[in-house]
Design a protein around this ligand. Structure first.
Ligand code: HEM
Ligand code: HEM
Length: 292
């Protein structure tokens, strides 16, 4: 991408993918440098301590305060997003810093703990932080890769077309199933009546449809005894083809739903987990000072 791209280029840059490479990865570099410095200091200090380093050492306090400060700042993005400012690029810089400094917490907070974990509120805060970070990473992946894929599939129009295609394939299956005996008709019914396009949020996210009714019907069709006459054999062959077409359309529609779910779903983890993290972190800090 060159600067000669002009206005459209700039507009495109402002969209979600732009924040990752904002100002030549400036925030990635700052975050990486921060991690390097902290790792170097940690191992320099650790080598000179009698006890293994922990959150309670002076370095632990420094890293804990730094991490907590960062977390509070990162959590403010929700507020920042809703404040309208004149500069187009300032929010992009915020998101860029948010992503890379957020990732650096995996190093800062982990070194703060001195690798001491247990079944307590401290570790709860840590786990929640990791959950927020992991969901953020999924969000990044979604923003960076999915919109193009959705647009590649032509978004909403295609979804409608896909539903229509499925309906028409089902109608073909019903028609083709007419001359079949009971076993054959049952297989057709299995595909037409039992196939569940989406199957709930979790399935939509994971895309796990191994027990899809249409697939089961295809397997049963193959397991049928040889057709009694050539006409039925031909019908069964056609049914197999239509079911295969149906499987293809289902695959496409489900991939599309998975993309949409990922595009929206991660924020349902990212935001509530942020609130839980802030609560656990407050409990952690309060309890640490209460037992001091
Ligand atoms: C103002 C900020 C913070 C302060 C003052 C602080 C203080 C402390 C102290 C004193 C300890 C040692 C406790 C002990 O040895 O029993 C500790 C441990 C720990 N801290 Fe923090 N902390 C802060 C921020 C954080 C953050 C941001 C996280 C992660 C999200 C975190 C996670 C932990 C964990 C997992 C431990 C290890 C607990 C254990 O030994 O089982 N702390 N912290
Ligand atoms: C403990 C660390 C983090 C906290 C507390 C945090 C918190 C938040 C909050 C409160 C929002 C605003 C959501 C909204 O109101 O719409 C947000 C947005 C976001 N976060 Fe995080 N986050 C953290 C780490 C990360 C990481 C590591 C990544 C990426 C790897 C990330 C990626 C994002 C993205 C992409 C957005 C949406 C920005 C936009 O809509 O333009 N976050 N985060």
């Amino acid at each position: 991408m060159t600067a000669a791209g002009g206005h459209t280029e700039r507009v495109r840059q402002r969209t979600h993918e732009g924040f990752l490479r904002h100002k030549g990865f400036r925030w990635a570099q700052i975050a990486a440098l921060l991690c390097l410095v902290v790792v170097a200091v940690y191992f320099f200090v650790a080598a000179r301590l009698q006890e293994p380093p922990s959150g309670g050492s002076w370095l632990g306090y420094v890293l804990g305060t730094l991490s907590a400060g960062l977390i509070v700042w990162l959590a403010c993005l929700g507020i920042r997003k809703r404040v309208i400012t004149s500069g187009h690029y300032s929010l992009k810089a915020w998101v860029s810093a948010h992503v890379y400094l957020g990732l650096s917490l995996t190093v800062l907070a982990t070194l703060h703990t001195g690798f001491q974990f247990g079944w307590n509120v401290h570790t709860l805060a840590y786990v929640l932080m990791m959950l927020v970070i992991a969901s953020g990473a999924i969000g990044i992946w979604a923003y960076a890769t999915l919109p193009q894929r959705l647009h590649g599939n032509r978004g909403e129009t295609t979804r409608k077309q896909m539903l229509e295609a499925l309906e028409s394939l089902d109608q073909q299956l019903r028609d083709l199933g007419q001359p079949l005996d009971r076993a054959g008709a049952q297989i057709v019914r299995l595909s037409v009546e039992e196939t569940d396009l989406d199957g709930g949020f979790w399935r939509r996210m994971t895309g796990a449809y191994g027990d899809c009714a249409n697939l089961r019907a295809m397997r049963l069709l193959k397991a049928l005894p040889p057709a009694p006459n050539p006409r039925i054999a031909e019908v069964l062959g056609k049914i197999d083809t239509v079911m295969q077409q149906k499987a293809d359309v289902l695959g496409l529609a489900r991939r599309q739903m998975q993309i949409t779910a990922a595009l929206e779903g991660w924020l349902f983890v990212h935001i509530p987990a942020t609130f839980a993290l802030l609560a656990a972190l407050t409990a952690h800090v309060v309890s640490v000072f209460a037992y001091w």
